[in-house]
Design a protein around this ligand. Sequence first.
Ligand SMILES: Nc1ncnc2c1ncn2[C@@H]1O[C@H](COP(=O)(O)OP(=O)(O)OP(=O)(O)O)[C@@H](O)[C@H]1O
Length: 305
Amino acid sequence: MPDDSDELLVRTTDLSKRYGGAAAVDRLDLTVRRGEIFGFLGPNGAGKTTTLRMLLGLIRPSSGTARVLGRPPGHPAALRAIGALIEGPAFYPYLSGRDNLRLVARYAGIRAGRTDAALETVGLAGRGGDAFATYSLGMKQRLGVAAALLKDPELVILDEPTNGLDPGGMRDMRGLIRDLADWGHTVLLSSHLMAEVEQLCDRVAVISGGRLVAEGDVTELRGESVLRVRADPLDRARELLERLVGPDRVALDGGGLRLRTDPAGAGPLNKELVGAGITVTELCREKRTLEDAFFEVTGTGGGNR
Ligand SMILES: Nc1ncnc2c1ncn2[C@@H]1O[C@H](COP(=O)(O)OP(=O)(O)OP(=O)(O)O)[C@@H](O)[C@H]1O
């Protein structure tokens, strides 16, 4: 029987998948709530796809449990209410987008009438008659989302849907994901792009090396804030601030300093600097981005924006 599927569409407990001796997913506890866009964020190889495949019942967990829409993964009643796009869509190149969708619909026992609505939803109504092979990568991805939407699913699972897209394609896909949420779908979105998740998602889980390293509201994950300081002479300001807040919390940034510290400390720090004969030309609070939190918890470098 369904359990708490009313509000929690996904709930995993200690979910693990091992290949040989290595844990691809390691005791993962996740919850996805109805109506939200949930971001599943992690660098390449973190275990995102493996987790999503377990949620769909495509692979079996080594241990732990998952409930999806109140059912075990792969249960027909759950699968009927899930639309998924994982690891790129597979379509026939010489068939039109519309005919590809009709085939998917027939295979899934869905009435063909939904194909035009799905094409409309993803912005492909005008190109539905063209061969799939003539589509741009962004259009191919959007056709994949259209296929996922044929069932009018409660839960839409999208694995790195903007991967490989150019900025315009990414923007279109982000707009589409927002639309899905506005129309009442719950979206589980995996991504290695912090900025994307920050723009789109209500809540986020950060995964690294198969383990959950942070989960919360996007605003919560931003956590502590950063103070930006410009002062003259800068090297003396840096020395003093490193003494006051700790050397690992002070970093050179352009012509100034970035301090990871409680913003309430701004006043006292200013007083110390001025008292030491240092001229403070700027002292302001900077919003800490989810990206900062992501780098901190995963210990990875940047370059993926
Ligand atoms: N079938 C498999 N056999 C052996 N190892 C696997 C298998 N599938 C995944 N792995 C390993 O599990 C780990 C997690 O892979 P996974 O594809 O889930 O990561 P990911 O977060 O989706 O990364 P990416 O964004 O690169 O797809 C990786 O180290 C990967 O090599």
